[in-house]
Write a protein of this length. Structure first.
Length: 594
């Protein structure tokens, strides 16, 4: 049997560049489609096996299993991420963006393997995150490996990544059109016919594989068979967009804030934090199950993916108390699971939360209709189902920040197109509100929180948008510093082989607090035996915070004749986070205008 190297050489000798890229897209579509289906099955069957086992045990053993399983899943993920799978935490979409822009599209095969295993264990054991983001990361790893096998050209290898990303979304959601728009909105941010051709090939094949193995039906059965009259539903879509925009912003703020606190407070115990998240999810899931059972509708949808409750909400089969309990408990569980470093995505949870919000609003409308007797209004089931659909789209738009994808994905997931205009209005309003409150979208904010600066921030184009970015987007996180209390010569020697290559160096005291900054010129002009502290005796230290806009930072540097400023914590002005220079600003501004 010929080796992979022999096959690759044969392909290169027989096919030209465009033919090889077409072959690559076909292989990506097949491979990613199969991988996405296997990932879906692994989570589905593992969770239902655990749930059925716990239910069969009954009594206190049921609660023990449903508390222990998510905790075990979190512990396995925490240990694995800490020791050998560092890229398996979170959804995988930020890692995919970093690989595309900063590493030429390179993602190791091991990363894809462990993403599959740990994502299956984490979500399959009941934790409240989704499979779609990890599917994107897994599929991108597959496409990166195939690209390196067929091509040596770095540009071709990089171009394989968006193809795999689209194939993964198409297979995971059974949504080929929204897979294409998501890649352009989230990763590429500009429409290109050259990129479109290969993406379409892979998307068609991946979706065909998914439908052949999982069936032709949409992911969610909406059961909305009535043709809705547009005008009254516009009065539903607009307030839905407003409420989803505010809730989506609150959700993202909770995720980012809690995640940062865990990173700062639990850095030495990071392997344990996913288990804490798993235990929290178990407690919330059991609580929701117990409370909802009191209303005759015991639900397990706080655990794992939770699409079953969305379908029941479409059918108006959940009372408002159950909708409220699921919304609150799922919201907290998802925030805690993601913030503690779990291995799972936010697509499914976002749609779930939007659906529960829409169901509650639908219940309210049904009550108002019984009191006011609206004309041309559909039956109760159709009102609630329509609101669930609108809520899903608006919440997705507010959290994921891809408004066109949020529109199309709802159509493809539910197979219903009758509420297109109110859905468009609500989605765009939710997106606008979320963007106004937080200019940087969730996935880019997660990268910045991890100290990863993309070489190109795709969501910001043009100098006006660029100047409004926070300095955290372009600052240097790894900074060489000098120590107070010792001589200039000793500080220079401590730099070793790194030498004095930078324009300036922050100065830290014995407690690790920032007390000043010294330039290379000042060091060169000083006496070697002099204490470093003498160089900053009368210094007025200029610092900015991570959320300071690039425009404001530049203005302050120019006004004070500084070439660089330190970036410090918003809560502690002596905690050094990074450094930003006028050269950084000029270089990145030139790149943004290309």
């Amino acid at each position: 049997m010929p080796s992979k190297g022999v096959i690759a050489e044969w392909i290169k000798s027989r096919l030209d560049d465009s033919q090889r890229f077409l072959l690559l897209c076909i292989l990506i579509g097949l491979s990613c489609g199969i991988a996405a289906v296997l990932f879906h099955w692994s989570i589905h069957y593992l969770f239902h096996s655990v749930w059925d086992w716990a239910t069969a045990l009954g009594g206190w053993k049921f609660y023990g299993v449903m508390l222990g399983a998510p905790t075990l899943g979190g512990l396995l993920v925490g240990i694995s991420v800490k020791t050998f799978a560092p890229d398996s935490a979170g959804s995988g979409i930020p890692q995919t963006k970093a690989a595309y822009y900063n590493h030429g599209g390179y993602i190791s095969s091991a990363t894809g393997f462990w993403r599959f295993v740990l994502g299956s264990l984490y979500c399959g054991l009941g934790n409240s995150l989704g499979r779609e983001g990890p599917t994107v990361h897994l599929s991108s790893a597959i496409s990166s490996r195939l690209g390196r096998w067929i091509f040596k050209d770095p540009n071709r290898i990089q171009s394989a990544l968006p193809v795999g990303m689209a194939a993964g979304i198409a297979a995971a959601f059974n949504a080929p059109l929204s897979a294409i728009t998501f890649v352009f909105e989230e990763l590429l941010d500009n429409f290109s016919m050259k990129a479109l051709g290969g993406i379409v090939v892979a998307v068609v094949i991946a979706a065909a594989v998914s439908r052949s193995l999982l069936g032709e039906d949409p992911i969610l059965a909406s059961h909305l068979n009535k043709e809705f009259i547009t005008s009254p539903w516009m009065f539903v879509g607009i307030p839905m967009g407003l409420m989803a925009g505010l809730l989506g912003h609150f959700f993202v703020s909770c995720v980012l804030t809690l995640r940062l606190k865990f990173k700062e407070k639990m850095a030495k115990m990071s392997w344990l934090t996913p288990a804490v998240g798993g235990l929290s999810c178990g407690l919330l899931g059991v609580l929701a199950y117990q409370v909802s059972g009191n209303f005759g509708d015991p639900q397990n949808s706080v655990f794992s993916i939770g699409y079953e409750s969305l379908e029941l909400a479409f059918e108006d089969s959940l009372v408002w108390q159950v909708l409220a309990v699921l919304l609150i408990c799922k919201f907290i569980a998802v925030v805690v699971n993601y913030a503690t470093g779990g291995s799972g995505g936010l697509f499914s949870p976002t749609l779930f939360l939007g659906g529960m919000l829409g169901g509650l609003i639908g219940m309210l409308l049904v009550g108002l209709e019984g009191w006011m007797h609206f004309s041309n209004w559909p039956g109760t089931h159709q009102v609630v189902g329509g609101c669930v659909l609108l809520g899903m789209g608006a919440m997705f738009s507010a959290v994921v920040r891809c408004p066109f994808t949020s529109l199309i994905i709802i159509f493809e997931m539910t197979g219903n197109y009758s509420l297109i205009l109110p859905l468009m209005a609500g989605n765009m309003l939710a997106w606008s509100i979320a963007k106004k409150f937080r200019p940087i979208a969730l996935y880019d904010a997660l990268l910045l929180q991890d100290g990863v600066n993309l070489k190109k921030f795709s969501a910001f184009r043009g100098s006006q948008d660029y100047r409004n970015l926070p300095v955290a987007a372009i600052m240097s996180h790894e900074v060489l510093s000098m120590q107070s209390g010792v001589t200039v010569e000793e500080n220079i020697k401590s730099l070793g082989a790194r030498g004095m290559v930078y324009h300036a160096y922050p100065i830290m005291d014995a407690h690790g607090d920032l007390i000043g900054i010294v330039t290379r010129h000042e060091l060169e002009e000083s006496v070697s035996e002099a204490l470093l502290d003498n160089l900053i005796l009368d210094q007025i230290l200029l610092s900015v915070q991570p959320d300071t806009s690039i425009r404001d930072a530049a203005n302050r540097m120019i006004a004070n004749n500084y070439q660089q400023v330190t970036v410090v914590s918003a809560t502690n002005s002596q905690k050094l986070l990074g450094l930003i220079t006028l050269n950084d600003i000029a270089r990145q501004q030139n790149a943004s205008e290309l």
